[in-house]
Design a protein around this ligand. Structure first.
Ligand code: NAP
Length: 454
């Protein structure tokens, strides 16, 4: 994919960027490696100060960064504003909490003193997706930098201006030159970077094939990886649920970010007894959403990020229809120069079909009916993915069974699945491994060093 800003609202190419040459990559890796030797010696107070400064810059120029995101990948401007604010939050969170998360831990043994000490690894590569182009990067960069690592970013090829803006923010915040660098490179150039001895570990957020490719190269080179991959999260609504609240939250959960979120509610699994009521209410909510120019204040759903994603969604919906799915609303791309697809609801999908197990990365909800809780859980787990799950019931026994039996990295009862710096985030099964955020996130890329002194 060419590295370019293509406005998804108009289809217009606004800027193109040449990928870095091998020599340019070498210069950046050499700088990162030499910076690490000094940066690792800085104390928490210094790093905290810089990270707080990054938060202040994000808040100062919030509108500017939000506009770049909306321009490059089409999310509604108000969501982009919220994303910038969340980046400032994660910077402040780790700025305050890292000293506690990475403090030495004393352990009584036969030594006079023994403890665990957390030390940085060196250069960490982050390969990131376009869907939350600021948030995904800051939730990696804030803990990595606080831990004393240096970061290099290979961002998605359709958000180069976001990638450059983030590098500039971290530099302006005061971090040393080379502590965090954007590498404008294509996906094919990633393997050689992972193989480079100076790069100690890598994290990738994106699709399964990309994750598997990066992890296999890292594995051959005995380097640690964290993978945050796709999801097809269930949204379970049982008989005792507050249906109105479930439908409202379910709409947000499916439509957030124009339907392009890994933790979006993609499969609605609803008790038979409330199925008709739920479907009607969901249709009403979907119909009330405004699809249009993401720069406009009252737009709920902007264009899909790229023409390819639009084609993929169209293809998936057509396949579902060919296999017997019924379209309640939507189901056909909106004619325009941009990548617009309407809110769509599909029912009557055969649970064992291939399409039922695919991730729909756009504003398309699948609704399934079930007879009881056991059937709901079995269907929820009948997916290659295991990222998040939202389940709605007032019954504490049902809640506990869901918490215990759902195969996912997170279960939210009566609420929207969301990321929060205070809580670990990540998946199981084909949704990846490792965790971001919270204490678990910052401890992924450190050397947990055992110290024993007699
Ligand atoms: P993608 O194609 O995998 O792209 C993600 C990143 O990986 C981009 O920077 C891409 O670069 C790079 N990449 C692609 N192929 C690669 C390869 N073989 N080796 C190394 N890097 C490679 O993902 P996408 O389709 O744009 O993003 C959507 C997917 O990401 C969905 O499945 C979604 O669920 C998942 N996602 C997961 C999370 C999470 O936290 N679990 C969050 C957001 C998104 P180019 O752009 O240059 O191809």
């Amino acid at each position: 994919m060419a590295i370019a800003t293509i406005n998804p609202t108009t289809g217009e190419t606004l800027a193109t960027f040449e990928p870095l040459t091998d020599a340019e990559i070498e210069t950046k890796l050499a700088l990162a490696a030499s910076t690490f030797q000094e940066y690792r010696k800085t104390d928490f107070a210094t790093r905290s100060n810089w990270l707080n400064q990054a938060a202040a810059i994000l808040e100062r120029d919030q509108a500017k960064y939000a506009e770049i995101m909306t321009l490059e990948m089409g999310k509604p401007l108000k969501s982009a504003m919220a994303e910038v604010a969340k980046c400032a939050l994660v910077c402040r969170f780790y700025s305050e909490k890292a000293p506690e998360f990475l403090a030495d831990v004393s352990i009584a043994t036969d030594a006079s003193n023994s403890y665990v000490s957390y030390q940085p690894l060196g250069i960490i590569l982050a390969v990131m997706p376009w869907n939350f182009p600021f948030w995904q990067v800051f939730r990696f960069a804030a803990p990595a930098l606080m831990a004393g690592n240096v970061g290099i970013l290979k961002h998605a090829s359709n958000v180069p201006q976001c990638a450059l803006a983030i590098e500039a923010i971290i530099k302006e915040a005061g971090f040393p030159e080379g502590a965090f660098q954007t590498l404008l490179v294509g996906a094919k150039q990633v393997a050689a970077i992972v193989e480079d001895d100076r790069v100690k570990a890598a994290t990738l957020t994106g699709s399964e094939p990309a994750g598997a490719s990066l992890a296999s190269i890292a594995g051959k080179n005995l380097k640690k990886t964290v993978l945050e991959l796709g999801g097809s999260d269930p949204f379970i609504v049982l008989e005792s649920a507050d249906i109105e609240a479930a439908v409202k939250t379910g709409t947000t959960a499916r439509m957030l970010n124009n339907g392009q979120s890994c933790i979006a509610a993609k499969r609605f699994i609803v008790s038979d007894s409330i199925g008709d009521r739920f479907e009607q209410a969901l249709m009403d909510q979907f119909e009330s959403l405004k699809v249009g120019d993401p720069m406009e204040e009252d737009t709920n759903i902007g264009p899909l990020a790229t023409a390819t994603i639009l084609q993929d969604i169209e293809q998936q919906v057509q396949t579902a229809i060919a296999q017997g799915a019924k379209v309640l609303i939507g189901g056909k791309a909106i004619e325009s120069n941009g990548n617009f697809y309407p809110p769509t609801i599909l029912t009557n999908i055969e649970p064992n079909s291939d399409i039922a197990k695919e991730e729909f990365f756009g504003p398309v909800a699948m609704v399934f009916r079930v007879k009881n809780l056991d059937e709901a859980i079995a269907l929820a787990n009948d997916t290659p993915f295991g990222l998040g799950a939202s389940a709605w019931t007032q019954n504490p026994t049902e809640q506990q069974q869901l918490i215990t039996e759902i195969e996912a990295g997170a279960v939210f009862i009566n609420g929207l699945v969301k990321s929060d710096p205070r809580l670990p985030f990540g998946g199981i099964k084909r949704s990846g491994y490792g965790r971001e955020l919270s204490i678990q996130g910052i401890q992924e890329f450190v050397n947990t060093k055992t110290v024993w002194i007699k």
